[in-house]
Design a protein around this ligand. Structure first.
Ligand code: CS2
Length: 493
């Protein structure tokens, strides 16, 4: 079958083609971390914004860890399809907003050149929580991280923050003007966090180099925050086959997603932006209420369903949702624990939002693996569950569902096996530490105490709270004794 590219695009049904002529689109955005999420989210919003209001906002997509996406998309002229799978059926569109691809490890020079180009006015990021190389509890850059330390010593940068700071240094030297750095990762106050990490990196440089750079950054660079939302599971061979049927072409870069998409962006840009509001995004002065709502309700419930579901032998989130006990845990976590901690914008219907989340999780057309969401828990727990727990404890409440989520993570990283005896692979930047800490732990109390000692995850206050320890220990004890079934029964009856 012929491959999708700029020449074969003419054979695709017109309604499925990009909404902007890719050949006419110049690059204005550099995106770090061009995985499936970016291609199904910001790249779609950007194409629709340009279709509605114009602008040279084509994207140069940078991969960090592997060259796979470059190899998939470069021969296709950056084109790929987005396959939307909902209850009502499947839809496909080809997206053309990605105009250039590079693999940072091999093309660092080109990355620096792009970051220093006056035509680049926006740098966006989806590098996942661990890509920031910070301590989630303190939100400071881990200066001792080997990648960060090597970047500080002056090699061609390998960490995201190193790449950004060296790029900004080149931009300042080239007098290329202001630019905006927009984080699109699932971290609270992601813009402020990124600004802080860039400042931490500058402060660790020799002062003659770091100080004037930091001063220029303060004047010339904006770091708005944003809340992103779209469920994007890993693409399966079945998705590729389905896309080929709809396209009549072979597309190696297909991404699969749900019909829903949402983007709330703090409207604070140094050098313009695409008219994303014309594509359905919300541009606002304060993203914080939306962020907290999304991280605590969607991601908090997602992670809880992922750990409990994976331990109980459910391969996908929709399978876990078919288990009435697990669906009830998700719904109580939201309604009883998270909702009371949220201050939502006026007129926002939180009840409908929670129901929509349960429906989205139950979408049987999406094969979203629980093991995929279970990854990197040490980087996800604070903003997804621990914030909720801390706020509820401070209010004198007992957030049992959220503590069950924390205990399920503890079980996942310490038990080595699922309830039915299948081996667990812990994929986490702290995997080795987690393993060492819990290796000698003989009983649930020892596991809880060992893991609560992880200050970079739990901070100092929570581990010292006796109610928190008690709730997590009760849940972990039930998980160890009678598996997910018993722990869920204890919570929901
Ligand atoms: C998921 C998210 O993998 C995960 O940890 O919880 O990627 C989730 O699907 C998105 O945040 C939805 O917007």
């Amino acid at each position: 079958m012929r491959r999708l590219d700029l020449d074969s695009l003419g054979s695709v049904e017109p309604a499925l083609r990009p909404r902007v002529d890719p050949r006419s689109l110049g690059v204005g955005v550099v995106h770090l971390g061009i995985g499936a999420f970016h291609r199904a989210h910001q790249a779609v919003f950007t194409e629709d914004a340009v279709a509605a209001a114009g602008g040279d906002w084509g994207i140069a997509g940078v991969t960090q860890r592997s060259a796979d996406v470059v190899e998939q998309l470069r021969p296709q002229g950056g084109l790929y399809s987005v396959l939307e799978r909902g209850e009502a059926g499947t839809a496909l569109r080809v997206v053309g907003s990605v105009r250039e691809l590079l693999f940072a490890a091999r093309e660092g020079e080109r990355l620096r050149e792009l970051l220093a180009a006056p035509s680049t006015r926006l740098v966006t990021l989806t590098v996942t929580e661990k890509g920031y190389r910070h301590d989630p509890a303190s939100r400071r850059l881990r200066l001792a991280d080997p990648e960060v330390a090597a970047d500080l010593a002056g090699r061609a940068p390998g960490s995201v923050v190193g790449q950004l700071v060296r790029g900004l240094q080149a931009r300042r030297a080239a007098d290329a003007g202001p630019v905006t750095l927009l984080s699109c990762d699932n971290l609270p106050a992601n813009g402020a966090v990124l600004a802080g990490l860039v400042a931490d990196f500058c402060a660790a440089l020799p002062s003659a180099e770091g100080e004037p750079l930091a001063e220029w950054i303060t004047r010339s660079v904006r770091f708005p925050s944003s809340m992103v939302d779209r469920i994007v599971p890993a693409t399966t061979p079945q998705d590729r086959t389905r896309a080929a049927e709809l396209l009549g072409l072979d597309d190696r870069g297909v991404v699969v997603t749900e019909p829903f998409r949402q983007w709330v962006v703090e409207d604070d840009f140094a050098a313009g932006r695409p008219a994303w509001e014309r594509a359905g995004a919300v541009l606002t002065a304060d993203v914080a209420p939306y962020e907290a709502m999304k991280l605590r309700l969607l991601n908090g419930a997602h992670s809880t369903l992922a750990y409990l579901g994976a331990l109980a032998g459910h391969e996908h989130v929709a399978d876990a949702m078919r288990d009435p006990g697990l669906a009830e845990v998700a719904s109580r976590l939201m309604a009883e624990d998270a909702v009371p901690t949220l201050a939502v914008p006026d007129g926002f219907d939180l009840r409908a939002y929670q129901q929509d989340l349960l429906d989205r999780f139950s979408n049987p057309a999406l094969r979203h693996r629980t093991a995929q969401i279970a990854m990197d828990g040490s980087q996800k727990l604070p903003q997804r569950l621990l914030g909720t727990v801390a706020d509820r404890l401070a209010a004198g409440a007992r957030p049992r569902a959220a503590c069950l989520g924390v205990a399920a993570w503890m079980r996942w990283v310490s038990a080595g096996r699922t309830d039915d005896g299948r081996p667990v692979h812990v994929d986490d930047p702290l995997a080795e530490r987690l393993q060492q800490l819990t290796a000698g732990a003989q009983d649930p109390a020892a596991v809880v105490d060992a893991l609560l000692g992880l200050e970079e995850v739990f901070g100092r206050e929570l581990p010292a709270d006796p109610v928190f320890r008690e709730l997590v220990l009760d849940a972990l004890t039930a998980l160890s004794r009678g598996g997910v079934a018993e722990a869920v029964r204890e919570l929901v009856g």
